[in-house]
Design a protein around this ligand. Sequence first.
Ligand SMILES: Cc1cc2nc3c(=O)[nH]c(=O)nc-3n(C[C@H](O)[C@H](O)[C@H](O)COP(=O)(O)O)c2cc1C
Length: 192
Amino acid sequence: MDFKALMEEARTCRRFVEEKPLSMADLEWLVECARLAPSARNAQSLRFALVGHGPACQKLFALTRWAAALKDWGGPHEGERPTGFIVILAPADAGQLVFYDVGIAAQSMQLAAASRGWGCCMIYSFDHKAVPELLRVPADMKAALVLGLGLAREKRVVAPLPADGSVQYWRDAQGVHHVPKRPLEDLIAGRY
Ligand SMILES: Cc1cc2nc3c(=O)[nH]c(=O)nc-3n(C[C@H](O)[C@H](O)[C@H](O)COP(=O)(O)O)c2cc1C
């Protein structure tokens, strides 16, 4: 697939095929992709907690918050919940540069997931106290970002920015998730 087509496909996914769970090997493959990503000073100080389908996955799900902009939807229902999580861990005393690594690792895994038809939702709205407790994260590390994963169930599309300029994503009557993206010209700050 053309890389731009993959970028278009790799929309955040929040509904999954729960009856076809990802395996631990699938999660490991995603981390294998992140392993090859750039890292500031090549320090590679991130670690990845893998949560496969099962009781820990359910407990972690309960500590995450989904799609704040969809006011009448409280997150994925039973049967459409993520079937695995990857929690990106960063050193507790990490400086700013490490969080660039977190973003790069997360996007690498999101693209890798999309390349296999899996969906991914990066989640910062999680219980930052309870998640490290659940996963017994060592005291010198912190949970920086959670990735909810599974076989994608929902259709997501890029939408043009509406006339009022709102960047809020929305869902149509058919359940298709629309994500407004600014046009290229609005993003280019200058040509020199
Ligand atoms: C750093 C970061 C944190 C995010 N946290 C959440 C979250 O807590 N819950 C959620 O449902 N989506 C979360 N998202 C997903 C964004 O809402 C999503 O990227 C945005 O709506 C644009 O959609 P797109 O990813 O399809 O382009 C997060 C995304 C990023 C990059």
